[in-house]
Design a protein around this ligand. Structure first.
Ligand code: FAD
Length: 463
């Protein structure tokens, strides 16, 4: 057999694929990425980045009343959502081009095209060409999950892909799925004045997050006019001339109908593991996901998988970390076998934002884990009050015996930035007393983290 042209061939260029490729190249591996769409994957092109661009603009739009309170009058008649859309596309394109630049800078070969495994060391392209690698990393990501009876048609029924490409806003929208993506769309659309009905089958919004934390978001959503229906199922959908009518079933079996211009189906994501040749190397997906062992290696030696194709949280930073571990291992470095699930943050970019990691109270109760809880409210933090964003709290769960930080959950302004102080403390095995003892600049939102840590020690100052 001839020597492979590449040490590593990566299928897919999302946060797993492109980060893995750069790291591999930094470590001296001759690396190739095969990508059928745009570089950067879902995250940069039709996920994290364009949605955050829209969120930013939605938040700018909602500052209008603050301007008016200063005596300015704002003429909203010129508002054109298409401008917000266009900016979100331009941000996404900039980021994708940035990946193109990074590939070149790092000497990564990019082959456009659709590939599949032909054997454990070869990817076959549509035209029959084969690309040979010492190792293969599968990073083909995911796509929106569909719901029978609520099939996406791009007109009345949308997935997140179509919702991010809307150039006009609907008057009324029903969002099916109260996870991170559903809540973020509810935030965007309602900020721009769309009537939003948000439907979640489980007990609370963001079912994977701490219930006390999500209750703050739910209250805030309701206050701003978003209709939130939890423990509610969508039973059927009938399309009309200019929208759709959805039958909903509430907790006690009560039924109601909602007629809306658009239905947005965001009930989760489906890994892209069909048609990529898994059977040719004996990999059998479990619920669509690729099973992996240590360092994200699959059952086929030399074939690795990372990102949304693997059954771990479907998040961009998780995808990148998994690829980084796989690639460092391939390059012969001594790395941990897996990303530590207790130090993987979750982040939701609503207003208020939510961010968390590690143990939640629900899981602690379910698993019988002993914990002590400390909560500190944003309303007692000067900076939060000054910003007019005093809704929220920092919550830390601590082991009563060892004082170790078990988990944390923040709801409030800039929660997605604040979480990292606690996360670093957890990863570095610092205790709440270490955070409490650190002088935090005043006035900052970070003081809420310091005060929550003090509360865990029993001596918060401002409550
Ligand atoms: P992907 O990003 O899905 O990339 C896979 C790539 O593989 C794609 O470019 C695809 O074209 C390519 N590909 C697939 N099959 C083939 C093939 N056979 N041959 C060649 N190429 C192929 N996560 C966060 O952490 N934070 C957020 O704020 C966030 N917001 C989101 C908002 C939305 C609306 C959505 C939809 C997702 C969001 N996510 C967020 C999730 C995040 O986008 C994903 O977790 C992340 O993109 C997964 O990265 P990946 O590399 O595994 O796959």
């Amino acid at each position: 057999m001839s020597d492979p042209e590449f040490d590593l061939v990566i299928l897919g260029s999302g946060p797993a694929g492109y980060v893995g490729a750069i790291r591999a190249s930094q470590l001296g591996l001759r690396t190739c990425v095969i990508e059928k769409g745009k570089l950067g994957g879902v995250c940069l092109n039709i996920g994290c980045i364009p949605s955050k661009a829209l969120i930013h603009q939605a938040e700018v739009f909602t500052t209008v009343p603050e301007l008016e309170a200063l005596g300015l009058s704002v003429d909203r008649s010129g508002f054109d959502y298409r401008k917000a859309f266009e900016r979100s596309r331009s941000v996404a394109d900039t980021m994708s081009k940035g990946v193109q630049f990074l590939m070149k800078k790092n000497g990564v070969t990019v082959i456009p095209g659709t590939g599949k495994l032909a054997c454990p060391s070869e990817i076959e392209l549509e035209d029959g060409r084969r690309v040979k690698g010492g190792s293969i990393l599968l990073a083909t990501g995911s796509r929106p999950k569909s719901v029978p009876g609520f099939e996406v048609d791009g007109r009345a029924v949308l997935s997140s892909d179509e919702a991010l490409m809307l150039t006009e806003l609907p008057g009324r929208v029903l969002i099916l799925g109260g996870g991170a993506i559903g809540c973020e769309f509810a935030h965007i659309m309602s900020s721009f004045g769309v009537k939003v009905i948000l439907v979640e089958m489980l007990d609370h919004l963001l079912p994977m997050e701490d219930a006390e934390t999500t209750a703050v978001l739910e209250r805030s959503f309701k206050k701003r006019g978003i209709e939130v229906h939890v423990r509610t199922r969508a039973l059927s959908l009938a399309k009309g001339p200019s929208g759709a009518t959805v039958v909903l079933e509430g907790p006690e079996g009560s039924r109601r109908e909602e007629t809306v211009d658009k239905v947005l189906v965001v009930v989760g994501r489906q890994p892209n593991t069909d048609g990529i040749g898994l059977d040719s190397v004996g990999i059998v997906p479990v619920k669509g996901f690729i099973p992996v062992g240590d360092w994200y290696e699959t059952g086929a030696k030399g074939v690795y998988a990372a990102g949304d194709v693997v059954a771990s949280p479907l998040l961009a930073h998780v995808a990148s970390k998994e690829a980084e571990i796989a690639v460092e291992h391939i390059a012969g470095r001594d790395v941990p076998k897996r990303a530590d699930p207790d130090t993987l943050p979750g982040a939701v970019y609503t207003e208020p934002q939510i961010a968390s990691f590690g143990l939640s109270e629900e899981r602690a109760k379910k698993e019988g884990i002993e914990y002590a809880k400390a909560v500190f409210p944003y309303r007692a933090v000067g900076k939060a009050v000054a910003l007019g964003r005093s809704e929220g709290q920092v919550k830390i769960l601590v082991s009563p015996k060892t004082r170790e930080i078990l988990g944390a959950s923040i709801v409030g302004a800039e929660a997605t930035e604040l979480i990292h102080e606690l996360l670093l403390a957890k990863a570095a095995e610092l205790l709440p007393e270490d955070i409490a003892a650190l002088v935090h600049a005043h006035p900052t939102l970070s003081e809420a983290v310091m005060e929550a840590a003090r509360a865990a020690e029993g001596w918060a100052i401002h409550v």
